[in-house]
Design a protein around this ligand. Structure first.
Ligand code: ATP
Length: 365
């Protein structure tokens, strides 16, 4: 247990500052006047790149590495790019993942009471699974080191290592063990999502998955090819419990999955390594709605609840876990009570949602 937990905050671009500020208010309300969290802000992202030529300053990196946890809004703006055409505003998230070895990207997908799914006949509780995205290798490991030859050829390399696969698959089985199983049948199940029928790297992923699975005889296993998986997540989402996949596949499937539970604004994430934890919603900076005050803050708020849980477990500090529990139950109550942003077909602004969540938390304290 610590007296003070240092939280490095990077607001980022687009709706990032809006959802991040909302979330800090919520966390403060959940912990009350004696909160042991100290929030310090650092710059990074596309706007900062436009102003200074730097997308991820070294002092920001050092502060993030030294902090007890990192909270981020969202980064990146279309058109703000490096000479190679890649987005400068994504440097923060991507470099942080690789530099701090945040290998496990845990993305809970859950349909809450009060939120309508675009899938017919699906109600709250019917969708409740985790996408566990490998976050440190795969195709994205090539970022910044791919090749462009004479304006004719471009190459990026997909990298999968035994160590990288083993640790993410082990994490998947541990998450399944702690869970209540799939909504449809209550079975604790890990689904290995790959493209093992086409590429050796994915066949390797699957073979290491099989080896690790032997240590977890209590957990059911299965394989799904990623293209079929896109269909399964629409047709039988209740079947899934924990899905483990390579980095880019996890990225793509997360957006599809988020759409089934109300959209990108409803998708939290926790990016965890052995030493550091990084928390942001799964969505990007949504520049189309930035500055309008209508961004959905629930995904970032739920990510902060995961941050408190992670810190609480890491430091044996039960009051942080209790605060996480309060944020989750108040969030659930607000959604069930119809406090919905525009993306959820409601009319509540970011501020209205933030105030209501904070008021309820204050009342619960
Ligand atoms: P990235 O690749 O950087 O994750 P993306 O291309 O997936 O970004 P997002 O920025 O996540 O794109 O947004 C996609 C669309 O989803 C946005 O244009 C916006 O309309 C909607 N959206 C995303 N996040 C939110 C949010 N928090 N509240 C409301 N709408 C959102």
């Amino acid at each position: 247990m610590k007296d003070i937990y240092e939280i490095a905050v990077v607001h980022g671009d687009g709706i990032g500052p809006e959802v991040c500020a909302a979330t800090i208010e919520v966390v403060k309300a959940a912990l009350g006047p004696d909160s042991p969290l100290r929030f310090s802000e650092y710059p990074a992202g596309a706007e900062h790149f436009l102003k200074t030529g730097q997308s991820f300053p070294e002092p920001t990196f050092l502060a993030c590495r030294a902090a007890d946890a990192i909270l981020h809004g969202a980064g990146g703006l279309p058109g703000v790019v490096h000479p190679d055409g890649t987005e400068a505003g994504l440097d923060f998230t991507l470099k942080l993942r690789f530099e701090l070895d945040l290998y496990a990207n845990i993305r809970p997908i859950r349909l809450f009471e009060g939120v309508e799914s675009p899938l017919r006949g699906v109600k709250a509780g019917d969708i409740d699974y985790i996408i566990l995205r490998e976050n440190s290798e795969g195709l994205y490991a090539a970022r910044g080191s791919g090749a462009r030859l004479r304006g004719e050829v471009a190459v990026d390399t997909l990298v999968q290592t035994r160590t990288g696969i083993e640790r993410i698959v082990r994490k998947a089985f541990e998450l399944a063990r702690q869970s209540d199983g799939a909504p449809r049948d209550g079975v604790r199940r890990v689904t290995c999502c790959d493209k093992a029928n086409v590429l050796r790297s994915y066949a390797f992923f699957r073979s290491v998955f099989d080896e690790v699975a032997k240590d977890y005889p209590d957990i059911a296993t299965e394989y799904a090819l990623v293209d079929a998986m896109a269909m399964h997540l629409v047709l039988k989402p209740g079947h899934f419990n924990v899905i483990v996949s390579e980095n880019m596949f996890g990225d793509i499937l997360s957006d599809l999955a988020a759409a089934t539970v109300g959209g990108m604004g409803m998708a939290p994430s926790a990016e965890i390594g052995d030493a550091n934890g990084f928390f942001q919603a799964a969505h990007g900076s949504a520049p189309d709605i930035a500055g309008k005050g209508i961004a959905n803050p629930y995904g970032t708020i739920l990510s902060a609840a995961s941050m408190l849980d992670w810190l609480g477990h890491k430091h044996g500090d039960a009051k942080l876990n209790q605060a996480a529990g309060r944020i989750r139950s108040v969030t659930e109550a607000c959604l069930a009570g119809g406090l919905l942003s525009a993306d959820l077909k409601g009319s509540a602004s970011t501020r209205q949602i933030t105030h209501s969540v904070c008021d309820r938390l204050a009342a619960a304290a």
